[in-house]
Design a protein around this ligand. Sequence first.
Ligand SMILES: [Zn+2]
Length: 240
Amino acid sequence: MKLDPQQQAVLLELANTERSMDVVGDGAFVTREQKEYERLVQEQQRMLNASAAAQMAVDDMEAEILRIQEDERKLRKRERDDKAQLAAETDPERRRELEHDRYSAKSRIADLMSELAECHNQVHALRNNREVHGAQSDELTRQVEAAKRSADSANEAAAAIKDPQTHIEELRAQLPQDALAEYDAQKNDSDVGAADFNGRTCGGCYIVLSGMDQQRVNRAPADELPHCPECGTYLIRKQD
Ligand SMILES: [Zn+2]
């Protein structure tokens, strides 16, 4: 794209202004930082719900383990009682009953032991899952705090522009139609359209260009806006 160097500054301001704000339903503007903050808050809420569910699963499994251990205690007592009674019992019918009861108590204990082992495996996995959710929640909390600070300062900067739509229209009015059309087409394509170039890095995709590409951009005629080879964005160099 060819553009007078003085108009390049106008295009850069237009691109930065349009980029800093997204239109919401009623034509009002919201900063991207605010949108990102709101997205993170929602993600944090989902994570809190998932963490609560993970905690509940651990609680349920721990309660199940306690129930099994309580059953085991009762069965072991029954088995001991049967054994004690057998030592003194002489009636064959009664002995058969006691032996049968003792046998079924023992076999029920064996079942409970394998249930218990399975529960211990599961509770271990569930506790790990709870730790992972906890760590992710902590990380999200940090991200939300950082996003809140960015949103606050972006919102403050946006509030300083009295009417972003008017400001954008004023900037557009200063630019030639063909340049605007090329910028808009590129913006449709790469979301940014035009960005500053600091001699090394594309201000659109933040990729550091290769040495050859840096030279190509830096040596282009002053009224020429080269494309970023990575994202296609028009690169606007600092005016001397
Ligand atoms: Zn780029």
